[in-house]
Design a protein around this ligand. Structure first.
Ligand code: SAM
Length: 340
């Protein structure tokens, strides 16, 4: 990783609403081996490789964030584990944990490549991962992901478990598609010692299906679960739009990510770097800064300066709204660009 010692560690990233940014999510690729119906169009056109940051460039830019006080990194995508050279990259980032320059390196994955990489992730210092899983029914799973195989993902999850990774399952709750599986998913996940987080589908990018038809407010899901399970609110906050509950019957933890029906932007601590070097300052807004150009034109010093501008323009909050057309209240980019 580039020497960033010349940059001042005394200038933490704080935005104009006095929120400290300590969490960076990095989408390492826009490519994915799945085409989840709510995430991507079937015939996605992916970025030409030359537009994508090299791992060397990514590391240099991430190094600036670390020097400015970012303590937590999450790799996402696309599918992070399909990019060539990803494990070497993760290994190098992992050294930042050893050096106590960051507290945590984690990733969000669809699980398809975990059987191959789980052991190496642990060796690199990764301790927990999020696995996205929207159905436990093989046919339905294939329909939602368009090209995923449930048995491959289950094998990956088993490998991750065996390697000692803590696992959180993320499930996007979709009306008429998997809402009848939520209780079953909860019992399955908690039965295996995994946490479960439910996510509201967000209107990001044109995917060719109606967002309105499949939108399910998680309040409804919670009310339904509360008829069967005793949920008690946990105080924990990750600085994101999630609220957590303990489920008495299973002992497990259940999260609700509700960007559509509620936002908790006052505690937002994160920004998102895309694989082309654009830094998105809010998941639900278009405000961004181009760190690739900054880096290619002026090196890490220019990235450092660009981050000051980024903090000045980080929006107060998002404003997803299904009733309004793009761009007002919804965003034109797909989730695979910023990785959620
Ligand atoms: N491929 C990895 C995975 O499957 O986890 C990482 C990238 S994926 C874009 C990250 C998360 O975003 C997944 O949990 C996925 O279900 C979720 N997601 C994608 N599009 C979404 C949308 N429109 N609304 C809500 N969640 C979405």
């Amino acid at each position: 990783m580039k020497d960033v010692s010349a940059l001042s560690p005394q200038r933490p990233l704080v935005d104009s609403y006095r929120r400290a940014v300590t969490y960076l999510r990095v989408s390492v690729t826009d490519r994915c081996d799945f085409r989840c119906t709510y995430c991507m169009a079937e015939d996605m056109t992916f970025l030409p490789k030359r537009e994508v940051l090299s791992f060397e460039e990514m590391e240099a830019i991430i190094g600036v964030f670390i020097s400015r006080g970012v303590r937590k990194l999450r790799l996402t995508g696309g599918e992070p584990l399909v990019r060539r050279g990803i494990m070497e990259f993760i290994g190098r980032l992992g050294r930042q944990i050893e050096r106590e320059r960051i507290d945590e390196l984690t990733l969000t994955t669809n699980g398809s490549q975990l059987a191959k990489h789980a052991g190496a992730l642990v060796d690199a210092g990764v301790r927990r991962i999020n696995v996205s899983l929207d159905s436990l029914d093989p046919g339905r799973f294939a329909t939602i992901t368009r090209r995923g195989r449930l048995d491959q993902v289950m094998e990956g999850i088993a490998a991750a478990e065996a390697a000692g990774l803590r696992i959180k399952i993320n499930m996007v709750a979709l009306k008429g598609i998997n809402d009848d599986e939520v209780a079953g998913m909860l019992e399955w996940a908690h039965g295996r010692g995994f946490d479960l987080t439910l996510i509201e589908g967000m209107p990001m990018g044109d995917v060719g299906i109606s967002r309105t038809d499949t939108y399910l407010p998680l309040k409804q899901v919670r009310d339904r679960l509360a008829e069967r399970f005793s949920l008690s609110r946990l105080e924990k906050s990750t600085g994101g739009p999630a609220r957590y509950f303990r489920v008495a019957e299973t002992g497990g933890q259940l999260g609700f990510i509700t960007p559509m029906s509620h936002n908790f932007c006052e505690s937002c601590n994160r920004v998102r770097l895309t694989c082309t070097g654009e830094l998105f300052l809010c998941l639900g807004q278009e405000d961004k800064v181009n760190l690739r150009d900054a880096y290619r034109e002026g090196g890490i010093a220019a990235v450092d300066t660009a981050l000051d501008h980024a903090m000045a323009i980080k929006p107060k909050g998002h404003d997803f709204n299904l009733d309004r057309a793009v761009p007002q209240g919804t965003v034109g980019r797909h989730m695979s660009m910023t990785g959620g």
